[in-house]
Design a protein around this ligand. Structure first.
Ligand code: MG
Ligand code: MG
Length: 248
């Protein structure tokens, strides 16, 4: 699973380095598929329930599941969430990042930072003896304190020989959280906060895939696949250019 996730990580880092105004989301998808195939991996999203791309590319008010297109070109001041998954040697990897295109507004920068930090807080909560709700609470508390809101309709998940496995990993606490699954060594979870600048409500566009915020304010998405070991969490999809904070 580490190998699968490192293919995802290397691909996301390559895309991050190539993000600039004028690049189409179709071009990003082509680069991702090439990066994946040259490493003998299979793009996990392509054909998944009929999804047409290798990447999910979601710009600005798009939350997740945006479809790559030649017609959509990045503009200065945009943010783009790129979600990528592969299958390699029978196992899946899954990770996502949100990247600014040039300079972005201060409140949007704060949203990106808070969303990524909430993922790190969540990772720190992946400990033997904790529950899934501890992960959810870590995300929710971090972003709500800063005035942002947590998307409810889409959640993180277990991952392994399938892209999506139990348990579901919500980014908000349901009820008191005391009945959520216990975390055990050997579990691998894809934790993926989807955080909105405005309200938490989302809707799906008529293409049947693209999820957007109802108030059209921007949304950010970061995801890692994390193995829980006896020694604590291990971030399988860590990128070479990414440094985890000390508390993880
Ligand atoms: Mg993903
Ligand atoms: Mg996922």
């Amino acid at each position: 699973m580490y190998e699968a996730n490192q293919i995802v990580a290397a691909t996301l880092q390559m895309l991050e380095e190539r993000i600039e105004p004028g690049v189409s989301t179709w071009q990003l998808d082509q680069w991702a598929e090439k990066s994946c195939r040259k490493r003998q991996a299979i793009p996990a999203f392509k054909g998944y329930r009929g999804f047409p791309g290798s990447l999910c590319v979601s710009i600005n008010e798009q939350v997740v599941h945006g479809i790559p297109s030649k017609k959509v070109k990045l503009r200065r001041g945009d943010i783009i969430s790129i979600d990528f998954g592969v299958k390699y040697n029978g196992y899946y990897g899954d990770s996502a990042i949100t990247i600014p295109v040039g300079d972005i507004k201060e409140d949007v920068r704060a949203l990106l930072d808070a969303t990524q930090e909430s993922l790190y807080k969540a990772i720190a909560a992946i400990q033997v003896g904790n529950r899934v709700a501890d992960i959810s609470a870590a995300v929710q508390q971090h972003v709500e304190e800063r005035g942002f809101s947590v998307v409810r309709q889409f959640v993180g998940h277990g991952i392994g020989k399938n892209l999506h496995e139990p348990p579901e990993v919500p980014n908000y606490v349901q009820g008191k959280g005391t009945t959520s699954p216990m975390l055990k060594a050997g579990m691998v979870l894809a934790v993926e906060p989807m955080i909105n600048l405005g309200g938490h409500e989302v809707q799906i566009l008529s293409d049947g895939w693209t999820v957007i915020t109802r108030d059209k304010k921007v949304s950010a998405h970061f995801e890692h696949s994390i193995a829980l070991t006896e020694q604590g969490p291990r971030v399988l999809s860590l990128r070479k250019n990414e440094k985890l904070p000390d508390y993880v």
